[in-house]
Design a protein around this ligand. Structure first.
Ligand code: GLA
Length: 671
């Protein structure tokens, strides 16, 4: 986060997306009154207001926005003012139909929704920067404006466009990457395969639909290009805003738990003054509290400290097949868990539930039912909670464990030409993260080439693709005394997706002291028993390998099948440290037992020595005090040993604190 451009707001920010343009002006006064009642301190405005702000090309109407910002200011509510560029108006597409995106199948999409534009379109870029510039010029010095909300969720609906303009932009990107050498591109992409050799830059297309799988490196470079196109749009808007208002910080809302098309947010974070994220629960997630924690830790790691939760929901969303309401207390637990994992502000989509439009069935802070509702009571209570936690702002989490998270490895793992199509990066990482979360162990996320010197333990659950620098960094961490644990099918390919020859797991073979000569992915539902230093009934799932020991010792082996007697889990003394290899995906209990042992041996302690099941424990560290967050997900409530002041109730804690059933306690611990 930039040191110069900070959010000029005291305490923890509280609010949501505010779309008053969807309501008659009479409603706005009530909005102000109720925002004050709920303790709202900041709202995001104008996110989808382009059509109203610029009714005709180059002609602006700021009258409504003037009133809205004035009203907010009069009521002591700060504005996170958005550039409305995620939703170009209909007039724009009538004038520039070539800016509509084309999908992989070659269909040109239509307007009438949002984020339906080609990221490489010059017409779009010109129009977006002009709009952002006009907004910045008008409101740079407005006293309500404390932050710029650039665009909205870049790439949410248009992460890739396959039109001819995008094709030309892709070729320029490739020429820059390969220093104008087609030969270098042909080598990197391995185009001697299937007669794919390129003789002219103009022959290169986006990876449009083909009869059989298209080239993996081509697809990987395409992902990188798509990321960079959107990032360059963000940077261009940010620079326009910065020129007009040099002191106002800029953010754009990430979606770190998004699908395969996800952006490489490690590359985005340094471009933001304040990192923010949107997080939504999935109805089919049996333990969504784990996802909340994981995403919070990931965003905090990318931000290098506190961040803002820009959007989540008070209740149901509207975009899943069945949109589940939250359980009693779940909304409060979600919000305070985000704070526990480093959020310095909590916001929702959206303030007032819409009456019309395609999000009319999405929950909000003020529901259709009005203030006589459970959600409103919860919203008011959360406002009070956040005020009580104001002093937590700026504190962060210290972790001894780092998990490697690399979007390049994720993109590559999920390409169509793998030994098994069942591998999902996020699921694999989460399956390793979850036992640590359950044990109450603090975790950071890192890139493979990060400075690892402050960690005792580094986990690489899934690192299919790794470049030489990253591999050397991770293995030297172990060599110099750290503990490294690596999951199956890691180290397999280099940054160009070329297999590392000589046996798997390629880049990690020497450090792990093993050499695999053949992969044996398992069929869906197929398991293989494991034997050795693992719990009774331990099973291998998803994957297995014919591992041979070169230096390592076997901790567990495959008990039957084609690999009977072959090592499955290994441990190697590497330099002055230790390197573990899990050549399979053990069942959850076995994976938890193995990771318990790995972290125990690495000397990693949980946040609390003894902790009741089902209570999440996270500690934020401030300059003078620590803040122990205890969140009961079990529904039972309990007593937890602690000393200090419980901030939500204001009661002193001598020896133990009560965590109410389904509730939260936050103890300020003096140092
Ligand atoms: C996204 C968008 C919001 C809204 C919500 C609904 O996060 O940014 O505008 O559509 O989804 O969940």
């Amino acid at each position: 986060m930039s040191t110069e451009r900070r959010l000029r707001l005291p305490g923890l920010a509280y609010g949501g997306d505010y779309n008053p343009e969807q309501w008659p002006e009479e409603v706005w006064a009530e909005d102000m009154r109720l925002m004050r009642e709920a303790g709202v301190t900041m709202v995001s405005v104008g996110i989808f207001s382009w059509a109203l702000l610029e009714p005709k090309e180059g002609a602006y109407d700021f009258s409504r926005m003037d009133k809205i910002l004035g009203l907010l200011h009069d009521n002591g509510i700060a504005a996170d003012l958005a550039t409305p560029t995620a939703a170009p108006p209909a007039w724009f597409f009538k004038a520039y139909p070539e800016a509509l995106p084309v999908d992989r199948d070659g269909r040109r999409l239509s307007y009438g929704s949002r984020q339906t534009f080609c990221p490489s379109s010059p017409a779009y870029r010109t129009a977006a920067l002009r709009m952002a510039g006009a907004l910045a010029e008008r409101y740079a010095d407005h006293p309500a404006v404390v932050m710029w909300h650039v665009h909205n969720e870049y790439g949410c609906h248009n992460a890739a466009c396959y039109c001819d303009t995008s094709a030309a932009a892709f070729r320029s990107w490739l020429r820059a990457k390969y220093a104008d050498s087609l030969d270098a591109l042909n080598q990197a992409w391995g185009t001697t395969f299937w007669s794919q050799w390129y003789y002219d830059w103009d022959e290169i297309l986006p990876p449009r639909v083909t009869g059989a799988d298209s080239n993996p490196t081509h697809q990987l470079d395409w992902r990188r290009f798509c990321n960079d196109e959107l990032l360059s749009l963000y940077v261009a808007e940010r620079d326009v805003l910065r020129r007009a208002a040099p002191a106002v910080p800029a953010t754009t809302n990430f979606m770190v738990n998004f699908s395969i098309e996800a952006l490489d947010y490690w590359r985005w974070a340094p471009e933001l003054d304040i990192v923010s994220n949107d997080h939504y629960l999935r109805a089919d997630d049996p333990a969504s509290e784990v996802d909340v924690a994981l995403c919070g830790d990931l965003v905090r790691s990318m931000a290098g400290g506190p961040w803002l939760l820009m959007e989540h929901s008070t209740g149901a969303v509207n975009w899943q097949s069945v949109n589940r309401a939250k359980d009693p207390g779940e909304m409060r637990r979600n919000a305070l868990a985000h704070v526990a994992h480093g959020a310095d502000g909590i916001a929702y989509f959206q303030w007032r539930a819409a009456k019309a439009g395609s999000e009319q069935w999405h929950s909000a802070m003020l529901p259709h039912a009005g203030t006589d509702s459970q959600i409103w009571q919860d919203v008011v209570r959360l406002g009070a909670d956040l005020r009580a936690l104001a002093e937590v702002r700026g504190s962060t989490v210290a972790a001894d464990v780092a998990i490697v998270w690399d979007w390049n490895a994720r993109w590559a793992l999920e390409l169509p030409s793998q030994p098994s199509s069942a591998l999902r990066f996020v699921d694999l990482v989460r399956s390793w993260y979850e036992p640590l979360w359950r044990a109450g162990v603090a975790v950071d996320f890192v890139l493979p080439d990060a400075d690892l010197s402050s960690y005792r333990l580094v986990l690489a659950p899934s690192l299919y693709l790794i470049d030489d620098t990253g591999a050397a960094n991770l293995t030297s961490f172990a060599e110099q005394g750290g503990t490294l644990a690596v999951g199956f099918h890691s180290g397999a390919v280099d940054e160009n997706c070329h297999v590392r020859l000589g046996g798997y797991p390629g880049a990690f073979r020497d450090a792990l002291g093993v050499r695999t000569d053949e992969l044996f992915p398992l069929l869906p539902g197929e398991t293989r028993p494991l034997t050795g230093q693992v719990p009774e009934g331990a099973d291998a799932t998803l994957w297995s390998e014919r591992v041979r020991l070169t230096d390592a010792v076997a901790i567990a082996s495959y008990a039957d099948g084609p690999l009977a007697g072959v090592p499955a889990v290994t441990r190697n003394a590497h330099g002055t440290g230790t390197a573990w290899y899990l050549s399979t995906h053990p069942d959850p209990a076995t994976l938890a037992a193995l990771l318990d042992r790995v972290r125990d041996e690495a000397g990693v302690r949980p946040v609390l020595a003894t902790r009741p099941d089902g209570v999440e424990a996270v500690r934020r560290r401030g300059p003078d005090a620590d803040y122990l967050f205890l969140i009961d997900h079990s529904g039972n409530g309990t007593e937890v040993p602690a000393h200090g002041l419980e901030l939500l109730t204001g009661k002193p804690v001598h020896g133990s604190v009560t965590v109410p059933a389904g509730g939260v306690a936050v103890v300020r611990e003096e140092r």
